[in-house]
Design a protein around this ligand. Structure first.
Ligand code: GLY
Ligand code: MN
Ligand code: MN
Length: 518
């Protein structure tokens, strides 16, 4: 069995290499596409003024700057301290981009800035110095009482506070101003990805999958979680990815059951699982992949039982993936497979069993929720939890969808501290007490990425295996070395750093095999 798997891994590695070499040139986000996005936004906005501010230069100059996703979506402009303004009057729409000016003595620190002239050429927008932003906005607000603002929340509280302060100032200076949010409109647009965006997400997923393969080579009893993290993140960067798309989760043993664990500072032991949830951002677009490995290269029977239930849930959901599938149906299917599997193993009384989860009000919670407490998946794009068209009516997948499917089961060793000690819970607690010695600290999540094109659904994270025999082989290291083509970093040379630049295409990421169908 193992031999067959090993052969198939080698075959897959060779196949991927061949496919990379043979694939056609790729799409990119062009100037015309940014212009179309702005035109589509303008057509949905009321008359008046629209504003979106880009990210600020970090206060501490040792921090990296990354552009605010919403602003980036509308402009493709990567420098800090920029702002986008639109004035709409009847059918007349005027756009302005405000950017930092060139300043030779500041550039000693910051490096060369675009300045208005080059920024205008690069983006196709009328570009002005950033110092003109407030005077221009103020003069427009004297002619209209309507402002729509895109507030970027993705970088966390600071951005929100900065935008809050900005809008407060405007309210003070223009007491009659009606301010409305544009986030819902822009999010909805972002929920349907273009061909160029799907291509970038596929590249991010491919690089991330290669990184998981490299990470698996660093797994062994006694190794640290941070060594594995280093292998992952070095691989991201080596292949030209921008950065980790989110804090890498590398959790061994008990840490595999902590959903947002990211300290990654423990040493792994034989017999434990290692859960890796880590992926790259490439050209600004995020992937999101999780694999769960046995540290010693072989699952225990209990680990394998849980793993197979999680994988069965993912496989069952994959059979339903097609344009028109409601996200809700996927969730319900995954929950049913996970619950049936846990009931079969014996960790819960039955697939529909509940327990008394709050003693005061005697509220009932599903027993499943003790082991599976997160959603099945989410959109991916400019941020790792990106808007997705299936979030909006009619709530279904369609061409331009990009999303994850990530079922998991987590057996915490402290479940008896979580399930209240009440008469109604007595038999369930006895069941847990009996089984926890064998199952505690088993945390399994399997997370893959998918896109929908006019041809249907494509699985894009297949370059790292996920079948239980295959992940064992990967850890044991008797598989073929990562299939990364030597010149994968050349992909980076074709990324558009200025929207106006035309770059030659490079081969697209390899195609994953088609998903099985019912
Ligand atoms: N890595 C974040 C998530 O899986 O949603
Ligand atoms: Mn995810
Ligand atoms: Mn994830």
């Amino acid at each position: 069995m193992t031999f067959v798997v090993q052969r198939s891994s080698q075959l897959r590695a060779t196949l991927l290499l061949l496919l990379v070499a043979a694939s056609p040139a790729t799409a990119q986000v062009t100037l015309a596409e940014y212009q179309q996005r702005r035109a589509a936004l303008a057509s949905q906005l009321p008359e008046g003024v629209f504003v979106a501010r880009g990210g600020e230069e970090p206060v501490e100059d040792y921090r990296s700057f990354f552009q605010s996703p919403g602003f980036f979506y509308l402009t493709g402009y990567r420098e800090p301290g920029a702002a986008l303004l639109m004035h709409k009057q009847g059918t007349a729409v005027q756009w302005f981009l405000f950017v930092q000016e060139r300043n030779p003595s500041v550039e000693v620190w910051s490096g060369r800035r675009y300045g208005p002239e080059r920024a205008g050429r690069a983006t196709g927008l009328s570009a002005l110095p950033a110092s003109r932003f407030r005077p221009t906005l103020d003069s427009l607000l004297r002619t209209t009482s309507r402002l729509t603002a895109l507030v970027d929340l993705a970088e966390g509280g600071d951005t929100l506070n900065r935008d809050d302060r900005f809008l407060e100032e405007l309210r003070r200076d223009f007491p009659n101003l009606e301010i409305a949010g544009a986030n819902a409109i822009v999010d909805r647009m972002r929920g349907t990805k273009s061909a160029a965006e799907l291509d970038l997400i596929s590249r991010a997923a491919y690089i991330s999958a290669l990184a998981h393969r490299e990470a698996a080579r660093a797994i062994r009893p006694g190794a640290s979680e941070f060594e594995v993290q280093a292998a992952l993140e070095a691989t991201f960067r080596r292949h030209g990815a921008d950065r980790p798309a989110y804090a890498s989760i590398v959790g061994s043993g008990p840490n595999s059951t902590v959903l947002h664990y990211n300290r990654n500072d423990c040493f792994m032991e034989s017999g434990e699982l290692l859960l890796i949830d880590a992926a790259a951002s490439y050209g600004g677009y995020a992937a999101d992949i999780t694999r769960t490995f046995p540290v010693s290269g072989r699952f225990s029977p209990e680990q394998r039982a849980i793993y197979e239930v999680v994988r069965a849930a993912q496989a069952r959901v994959e059979r339903l993936l097609r344009p028109g599938t409601p996200f809700r149906a996927l969730n319900d299917t995954a929950r049913a497979v996970l619950a049936e599997g846990l009931a079969r193993i014996g960790l819960i009384d039955s697939a529909s069993a509940t327990y008394e989860c709050s003693t005061g009000r005697q509220r009932q919670c599903s027993q499943l929720s003790l082991f599976y407490m997160h959603g099945l998946g989410h959109g991916i794009g400019l941020v790792v939890h990106d808007p997705e068209q299936a979030y909006y009516p009619p709530g279904t997948l369609g061409p331009g969808s990009a999303f994850t499917i990530e079922p998991g089961l987590y057996v915490r060793d402290n479940l008896l501290d979580i399930v209240p000690d009440t008469p109604a819970n007595a038999s369930f607690r006895a069941r847990l007490a009996r089984l926890l010695p064998r199952y505690a600290n088993i945390g399994v999540r399997i997370e893959d990425d998918y896109i929908v094109t006019n041809e249907g659904v494509r699985w894009i994270s297949c370059a790292v295996p996920r079948e239980p025999d295959e992940v064992e082989v990967l850890v044991r290291g008797d598989n073929a070395r990562s299939s990364a083509p030597e010149r994968l970093a050349d992909w980076y040379k074709t990324l558009i750093v200025e929207p106006s630049e035309a770059r030659p295409g490079t081969p697209a990421p390899p195609r994953c095999p088609p998903l099985p169908r019912n």
